[in-house]
Design a protein around this ligand. Structure first.
Ligand code: HEC
Ligand code: HEC
Length: 355
């Protein structure tokens, strides 16, 4: 039997109703969760990123949330220490004037802070490489008793108790209940999007209208022959762990060996990037050098010979050191100053939000 034909107007009413429902529901979805995608430009002179935003799509809302968390002192036990306390923008995101970092109750950490820009390209995190992935980094400073001393679980409870944060997390990640996943993803979005690649050197190598002075160029050449085997690529690190002879006593800090448990790694630390190095003093994992002049003199005459000292730092005559005259040292230093990215230091997009 053939179905009785509906009058035309009934069909129309059906179609219109469906359309109205569709439009309403999409309008509702628009209201609750449509973060604005953020596109990052990868500098042409940089290696490939190590962090993959495919698993944590970068959005304006996610980035802004990460920024708010980064500067929020209430995520520490005493309510006054935020990530930004030890990673200060005017000091290229390290803690200025500190050889060891200051955390809750004015306690001292045991290492010098590392900068957080270009985290997108790092192979591992911390001086000993103890954390392999950017997503996991914040757990360490949050829970560290001399840094922020706040268990991740307690931080998440605190965030869930805040109406403001609940709505920000909903806008960024579409969730009603905040979990560690969204918290860590927000931090990773803020840090991952902080690219520092606009120094004089960058604009020179990318042929963007900058030139280097004769001194700086000679410094660059010296650097390429004496330093770039470890401070490699335009990130100025090969991401490896090495002992560059600053100490003979590794009892209080074994470096990479604390992660691998391998005696051959005692005294090896991550080769740091030298970007913005003019601002990141004091230098080395223990902050043992105040100035770049001291660092250069260290490579020339101060290298201490221990079993794990990097072989590249041994001369043919069996003595340690990279021989450099005072003039050569000065030239290298003037080159290192071309790695300063003043745009990073003054970019309001990375500063403490005022809301
Ligand atoms: C009390 C000071 C202090 C606070 C607070 C702090 N940090 Fe750090 N940060 C450090 C120090 C010191 C290091 C180096 C530690 C090490 O290597 O063992 C470091 C290292 C890092 C690194 C590794 C960079 C690299 O190149 O390996 C990242 C990323 C980072 N911190 C992010 C954060 C975030 C995110 C927060 C907040 C949740 C935070 N920090 C809070 C002092 C601090
Ligand atoms: C054999 C590898 C190697 C060579 C070659 C090398 N470095 Fe380093 N450099 C390191 C390591 C490893 C560290 C970190 C050591 C630590 O903190 O224990 C470091 C740290 C530094 C720092 C401190 C950065 C900071 O933020 O604390 C500066 C500056 C530096 N090197 C400059 C140079 C210069 C200039 C040369 C060439 C004259 C050079 N390095 C050659 C491995 C090397």
């Amino acid at each position: 039997m053939l179905p009785t034909k509906q009058p035309y107007s009934w069909n129309l009413i059906g179609i219109v109703t469906c359309l109205v429902i569709l439009i309403l529901s999409s309008a509702f979805a628009v209201k609750t969760f449509t973060p604005e995608p953020m596109v990052l430009e990868i500098p042409s002179n940089f290696p490939k990123p190590t962090y993959d935003f495919a698993n944590n799509p970068l959005t304006k809302e996610g980035f802004e949330l990460g920024r708010k968390l980064f500067y929020d002192g209430s995520l520490s036990k005493t309510g006054d220490i935020s990530c930004g306390s030890c990673h200060q923008q005017y000091a290229a995101f390290i803690q200025a004037d500190h050889d060891k970092s200051h955390g809750v109750d004015d306690q001292l950490g045991r290492r010098n802070a590392l900068p957080i820009f270009n985290a997108l390209f790092k192979k591992s995190f911390f001086w000993d490489g103890g954390v392999p992935k950017l997503d996991f980094v914040p757990v360490n400073p949050l829970e560290n008793v001399v840094e922020m001393d706040m268990k991740l679980d307690s931080a998440i409870l605190k965030l869930n108790a805040s109406e403001k944060y609940r709505s920000l997390f909903k806008n960024a990640f579409g969730v009603d209940k905040i979990t560690s996943v969204e918290v860590l993803h927000a931090f990773a979005q803020f840090m991952g999007a902080m690219i520092s690649a606009n120094s004089k050197y960058d604009k020179f190598v990318r042929k963007e209208g900058e030139t280097l002075t004769a001194n700086e160029l000679e410094g660059l050449k010296l650097f390429q022959t004496k330093c770039s085997s470890c401070h490699a690529t335009d990130l100025f690190t090969d991401g490896s762990y090495r002992n560059n002879g600053i100490s003979l006593d590794f009892n209080s800090d074994k470096g990479r060996a604390e992660v691998t448990d391998n005696p051959a790694d005692i005294g090896k630390f991550k080769v740091p990037s030298l970007r913005n190095v003019a601002f990141t003093g004091p230098y080395m994992h223990d902050g043992s050098f105040e100035t770049l002049e001291q660092v250069l003199e260290h490579y020339n005459s101060g290298i201490k010979q221990s079993v794990t000292l990097d072989l590249q730092l041994m001369n043919k005559d069996g003595k340690p050191g990279i021989p450099l005259t005072k003039e050569e040292q000065a030239k290298i230093i003037s080159f290192l100053h071309t790695l300063s990215d003043f745009e990073l230091l003054h970019d309001n997009g990375f500063s403490e939000p005022n809301h």
